[in-house]
Design a protein around this ligand. Structure first.
Ligand code: ADP
Length: 344
C-alpha cells in the first residue's frame, strides 16, 4: 500500500510517499505566498506523482490542531467542520492545511485521512489539561491544554524503546522535541500524561522565536501600557525565544558560535527551562526510565543533551538517548494501521 503524506507548513508543502515503511519519493514546494498557492502546490505534487508513474492508495494530512479529535480520522464533512472550529487557535497552520485538504479531495478520489499533532496527547488527564480559570469561560472557548508535536513524541519514544529493547507500554519516559518549536512530554506506559505546549504551541519551553512560559500578568500589564493584540502576538510568537534573547538569530548553531553575553544568557535560559520541566515530569512519573532528545537541536548536537544529562544526574534516570524524529513515517504508519484495521 502506498501512502502520500502531506505536511503543510505556513509557507511550504512537504510531501513523501511511503510503501508501508519505505520512503519512495520525497520533496517540497516552498515559498508559498498566499492561500491559492497551497492549492497550486497540491496540484504540483499530483503532477510529480503522475510523471513518476506513482499511484497512491491514500493521502495522509498532518494537521497541527485537531482540538478534541482523538485520533487519526478519515476526512469527511464533520472532520472538516471540527478542524475549522479550532482554526483560530493555530491559524498559521490550520488554514493552509484546510486549503490543501480541499484541493486534494478534488484531485484524488482515494481515502484521505488526517493525523493530528494534538492526538497523541488526548490521554492527558483532566487535572493536567485543566487551566485554573472559571470553567464556564474555559468550556465556552475550548480553553485547555491540547499539546502539540504528538506524532514526533510518539515516534521517538517508540524508536527509543525499539533501540533499547524495552516494552513501550511499560516505560516511564520523558521526550524532548527541540527544533524551531520545542516541547517536552511525559509518557507513562505508552500514553502521554503531560506536555509542555498548551492551548496553542506558545506555552512551555523556550523556542526559536517563541517565549514559552510567561506570567500572563505581564501581558495584561503590556496591554495596559498600550501594546495591541497584534503587537503582542508578533512579540511572543516571532520576536522572542532564542532569537529575542540572543539578538542574533533563532538558529541554535549561530547562538552557540557567538561569544556574546546575550547569547550565553539565551542558552542558559533555554537549558534551565528544559531541566525544570524534566524535574517536574520526573516527579509526576514517579521516576524516569528513558529520557529522549530529538528535533534539530536534540538530534544533531550533543552539547544540549550532555549538559542537561549532567544537571539531572541526581534524578537517577535509567537511559538518556538521542533519536532522529520522522513525523512523516509515523503518519504513514498510523494511516496504514487504520486502513488495515478497517479492512479486517
Ligand atoms: P523544525 O522545528 O523547523 O522542524 P528542526 O527540527 O530542523 O526545525 O530544528 C531546527 C533547529 O535545529 C535550529 O535551531 C538549528 O540551529 C538546530 N540545529 C540543526 N543542526 C544543528 C547542530 N548540528 N547543532 C546545533 N543545532 C542544530
Amino acid at each position: 500500500m502506498k501512502i502520500l503524506v502531506l505536511n503543510v507548513g505556513s509557507s511550504s508543502v512537504k510531501y513523501e510517499v511511503f510503501e508501508e515503511e519505505k520512503s519512495m519519493l520525497k520533496g517540497a514546494v516552498e515559498r508559498i505566498k498566499d492561500s491559492k498557492g497551497f492549492s497550486d502546490a497540491v496540484r504540483k505534487v499530483a503532477a510529480v506523482l503522475k510523471r513518476r508513474g506513482m499511484v497512491v492508495d491514500a493521502v495522509g494530512h498532518r494537521v497541527v490542531h485537531g482540538g478534541s479529535i482523538e485520533s487519526t480520522s478519515r476526512i469527511d464533512s464533520s472532520v472538516i467542520k471540527r478542524i475549522e472550529k479550532v482554526k483560530d487557535l493555530a491559524p498559521l497552520h490550520n488554514v493552509p492545511e484546510l486549503r490543501a485538504i480541499r484541493s486534494c479531495m478534488e484531485l484524488f478520489s482515494i481515502p484521505q485521512l488526517t493525523v493530528f499533532d494534538t492526538a497523541f496527547h488526548h490521554t492527558i488527564p483532566e487535572k493536567a489539561y485543566t487551566y485554573a480559570i472559571p470553567p464556564v469561560i474555559a468550556k465556552k472557548h475550548g480553553i485547555r491544554k491540547y499539546g502539540f508535536h504528538g506524532t514526533s513524541h510518539e515516534y521517538v519514544a517508540r524508536e527509543a524503546c525499539k533501540k533499547l529493547r524495552k516494552d513501550f507500554s511499560r516505560q516511564r519516559m520523558i521526550t524532548c522535541h527541540l527544533g524551531n518549536g520545542c516541547s517536552i512530554t511525559a509518557i507513562k506506559n505508552g500514553k502521554s500524561i503531560d506536555t509542555s505546549m498548551g492551548l496553542t504551541p506558545l506555552e512551555g519551553l523556550v523556542m526559536g522565536t517563541r517565549c514559552g512560559d510567561i506570567d500572563p500578568g505581564a501581558l495584561l500589564y503590556l496591554q495596559r501600557k498600550g501594546y495591541s493584540q497584534k503587537q503582542l502576538d508578533q512579540m511572543l510568537n516571532r520576536d522572542s525565544g532564542l532569537k529575542g534573547l540572543s539578538g542574533i538569530s533563532n538558529d541554535f548553531r549561530d547562538i552557540l558560535r557567538s561569544e556574546s553575553r546575550r547569547a550565553k544568557l539565551a542558552i542558559d535560559v533555554f537549558l534551565y527551562r528544559i531541566v525544570k520541566y524534566i524535574g517536574a515530569y520526573n516527579a509526576v512519573l514517579g521516576g524516569t526510565d528513558i529520557l529522549v532528545f530529538t528535533g534539530g537541536i536534540g538530534e544533531n548536537n550533543s552539547f544540549v543533551m550532555n549538559t542537561v544529562k549532567k544537571q539531572v544526574k541526581h534524578l537517577g534516570i535509567g537511559k538518556v538517548i538521542a533519536v532522529k524524529t520522522d513525523e512523516a513515517r509515523m503518519i504513514a504508519r498510523n494511516i496504514c494501521d487504520l486502513i488495515h484495521r478497517g479492512q479486517e
